[in-house]
Design a protein around this ligand. Structure first.
Ligand code: MGD
Ligand code: MGD
Ligand code: SF4
Ligand code: MO
Length: 742
């Protein structure tokens, strides 16, 4: 009998952003085990329950429902009929159509949307920039990319993804529930608490998993974080708890900030936020007096709050500054501008004329080329975003010009963006929709071409963590599963190969790194004098050393226009002057666009305040809904409702209920729990049902339980500077489904 062939290969888990280093065992070509790599400096052998190998392999990598070969639409768009074609045919036809549309409408007719960081995010920039289009958009506006732009406006760097989780004396989890979202980060906090006695402050409308571990918990009204942060600033200044040395030496705009903060005394903030004035004071004192405190980014602590998003982000940046926690050991470390060479993104290949056409430039300039152009004079980086709500309107209406082609890679816009019906109308109006994904998602079901993507186990990589406490971590990843290992009828292409195939047919070939993904990885490592092969075989991991208080070095300048920390932002002032729009250079609070206070006519009609999208296991956004071991753990969509409210509405645990806003209604099952305030409900996001009918109007049940059906993206309700839409703090109502609706 032949001996078993056993191999152990290294990879980086990509089930969440933190990318734990793992060892993968293959026996006779089939994976039998995945476990944490004790030699990885990032996770040191840790993995979380998500990576449970039985579920991961059967439910994901070897899932029989994966797309296997390129599919081309037959019949009507969204009609559920496909023919299988080769990759060469797909590349030839897509490239020819793109060239035709470019000739007819100009290159800006091509758009790209990205999801959360799950792949090499520079590829689509490179491709669209070289094609001549400025229109890459995505979820970044309500997730993290806004912070990447706004924090540099304040202190010329990006702090909130480099919290020093492991050395902090106080960790503030503000709209962040790492136990359910990024478990390794929670592991760091937990270890820090046990080994160093770190304290934990949690700010969340739900008594979340992390809140249940907190030393102090503030249960605020959803969508009022900007007011709370201003209340903290008020207390810290009025009680003289700020770091005088840092403020005097390094900050400008303090007097204006002091005046603004006077408008937010704790008693007033208590009325807005539902947190008592005493607790506001207690929390502000705890944060300001901790020897060191980190205040990492949290998706619901600002970005997702619509009209207040930029104020919440800016107010938190100010808090880090005036307490002297910027770049302190145990605080939030200043990360330098982009780590990658310009050839990755090719932003400089795009002419000014094309940049100016970016959708969103004129109305919400913060994150667009216009905003980056202003800030990049001091902070040399670019990560521009078209504004997604405007981009979808442009696809639908052809105004200000026709956007007729869309490439979607690692994104599921039908599930991820607010105002699902409008998103679908926009996609229906395209002449070319290409989707590159693992599964036939509701978005892929509307495509002209649905193309099978390689997972992280089917591509090599230089893994890096989006969330980290070190300046840098790289792990060398093997191509664990080789092409065609699953049989001749399975032909995945990874995200590099996808773009390279198109690029070669559109005259971009010499700008890319050859036909294999290793070429790109070699280019990335070239400045370090090695190839991917050498990295994998000899080096394995790289981890940067932390360096604190860099601003104390002689001649240091913060990378802002003034060289100082700008508590009042000159970048925002400049954008206001350039556009004639009334942007506020200091943070402020107004009631959210989708609240009863903004819509008195909703009083009594939509009496509850809704959260959408608080993370929960085992899913990652819209992924893993296919029947199988993940779905078995969580078969139905669930919303949380306080027992008293449920009794008032005659709702029992498990009842199917309608959740309704002015946009429409969806149904989910009730979970009675006192982790939410009686005035609040928390609704799961991204539910679709791969087992249901594919063809429109069902679209795998994409309109039945999807929280984004309930959310509006009316430009008036967005943050006016960065265009963030509102996912939390939304007025809603709930009632039981009739028998026939269940
Ligand atoms: N109501 C509401 N909506 C929300 C949120 C919320 O809290 N509430 N959260 C928002 C946030 S923060 C974000 S970031 C977005 C996320 O939005 P998306 O990133 O669009 O989320 P997914 O629905 O998971 O879609 C990702 C798709 O990419 C595929 N995929 C994963 N990895 C890869 C890869 O490496 N290559 C390729 N080609 N495909 C891949 C998956 O199969 C999946 O279909 O959702 C946003 N939407
Ligand atoms: N399981 C799972 N993990 C994920 C993802 C996933 O879809 N599923 N998505 C990934 C992505 S792209 C992201 S961006 C991260 C996000 O991960 P987190 O930043 O942890 O985001 P959420 O879980 O959406 O929200 C965190 C907490 O904020 C609370 N919250 C809701 N509204 C408000 C509010 O108005 N103010 C405050 N202060 N808190 C509020 C919620 O109750 C929740 O407990 O998770 C990543 N990890
Ligand atoms: S924490 Fe994230 S990267 Fe680490 S094992 Fe869990 S899912 Fe994977
Ligand atoms: Mo996100």
């Amino acid at each position: 009998m032949a001996e078993d062939k056993v191999e152990v290969l290294r990879a980086g888990c990509f089930f969440c952003h933190v990318r734990c280093g793992v060892l993968v065992t293959k026996v006779n070509g089939r994976i039998t085990n995945i476990e944490g790599d004790p030699d990885c400096p990032h996770n040191k052998g840790y993995t979380c329950s998500r990576l449970d190998k039985e579920r991961y392999l059967e439910g994901f990598v070897y899932n029989p429902n994966r797309l296997k070969k390129p599919l081309k639409r037959k019949g009507e768009r969204g009609g559920g009929q496909w023919e299988e074609i080769s990759w060469d045919q797909a590349f030839d036809e897509i490239a020819a159509k793109l060239a035709e549309l470019r000739d007819e409408y100009g290159p800006e007719t091509l758009a790209f949307t990205e999801g959360t960081a799950r792949t090499w995010s520079w590829l689509h920039y490179k491709f669209t920039n070289l094609f001549g289009s400025p229109n890459t958009g995505g979820n970044g506006t309500i997730c993290y990319s806004s912070d990447m732009w706004l924090e540099p406006c304040t202190y010329g760097g990006f702090c909130s993804d480099k919290a020093d989780w492991v050395n902090a004396d106080l960790v503030v989890l503000w709209g962040r529930n790492t136990i359910a979202s990024e478990p390794l980060l929670w592991h760091w906090v937990d270890t820090n608490r046990k080994e160093r006695g770190a304290k934990l402050l949690v700010i969340d409308p739900r008594f979340s998993e992390v809140a249940q571990q907190a030393d102090l918990f503030l249960q605020l009204r959803p969508g009022t974080d900007a007011a709370l942060a201003l209340g903290f600033i008020n207390v810290i200044i009025e009680e003289d708890l700020y770091d005088h040395e840092f403020v005097d030496e390094w900050c400008i705009g303090f007097d204006e900030l002091r005046e603004r903060a006077k408008e937010y005394p704790p008693e007033k903030v208590a009325e807005i936020t539902w947190v008592s004035a005493d607790k506001i004071r207690e929390a502000a004192r705890l944060y300001a007096t901790a020897p060191s405190a980190c205040l990492p980014w949290g998706q619901k602590g600002g970005d997702a709050s619509g009209i207040n998003a930029s104020s919440a982000i800016q107010a938190k940046a100010i808090l880090r500054a005036i307490t002297g926690n910027i770049d302190k050991k145990g605080g939030d470390q200043l990360a330098p501008p982009s780590r990658f060479p310009p050839a990755f993104y090719e932003h400089y290949a795009l002419s000014q004329e094309q940049r100016d056409k970016m959708i969103g430039n004129d109305r919400f300039p913060g994150l667009t080329f216009k905003g980056w152009d202003v800030i990049s004079q001091a902070y040399p980086s670019f990560y521009p975003y078209s504004n997604a709500p405007l981009l979808f309107r442009t696809m639908r209406d052809g105004d200000p010009y026709p956007v007729k082609a869309l490439i979607v890679q690692a994104d599921n816009p039908v599930m991820a963006f607010s105002n699902t019906k409008l998103v679908v109308e926009a996609l229906m109006n395209l002449e070319l929709l290409v989707v590159h994904d693992y599964f036939l998602t509701p978005t892929a079901a509307l495509a002209d071409y649905a193309l099978p993507a390689a997972t992280w186990l089917e591509r090599p990589d230089n893994c890096y963590a989006v969330m980290n406490h070190r300046p840098m971590y790289f792990g060398a990843q093997a191509r664990v599963i080789e092409r065609f290992e699953g049989g001749a009828d399975v032909d995945f292409r990874d995200d590099y190969e996808f773009f390279y195939g198109l690029a070669c047919r559109l005259g971009q070939e010499d700008k890319w790194w050859g036909p294999t993904t290793e070429g790109m990885l070699d280019f990335q490592l070239a400045p370090m004098g090695m190839t991917h092969e050498k990295f994998y075989n000899d080096v394995k991991y790289m981890a940067g050393q932390k360096k604190f208080e860099k601003y104390k070095e002689p001649g240091y300048k913060f990378l802002t226009p003034s060289g100082k920390v700008e508590l009042k932002s000159s970048v925002v002032e400049k954008l206001a002057a350039e556009t004639g729009l009334p942007f506020d250079p200091l943070p402020h609070f107004e009631y959210p666009g989708l609240s009863v206070e903004k819509h008195p006519e909703w009083e009594g009609v939509y009496p509850l305040v809704m959260i959408t999208g608080a993370r929960f296991m085992p899913f990652y956004h819209s992924e893993h809904r296919q029947p199988g071991p993940y779905r078995d753990l969580h078969p139905d969509p669930i919303f949380d409702i306080h027992p008293d409210t449920a009794i008032d509405l005659d709702i029992r645990d498990g009842d199917w209920c309608w959740i309704e806003t002015h946009m429409g209604r969806i149904k989910q099952r009730a979970r009675k729990t006192s982790i939410v305030d009686p005035r609040v409900i928390s609704v799961q996001h991204d539910w679709w049902f791969p087992e249901k009918e594919e063809a429109l109007p069902s679209l795998f049940g994409a309109f039945e339980s999807n929280a984004n059906v309930l959310l509006d993206d009316d430009p008036e309700t967005l943050d006016q500077l960065i265009g963030a839409w509102q996912q939390t703090g939304v007025a809603a109502k709930v009632y039981k489904c009739e028998e026939q609706d269940r």
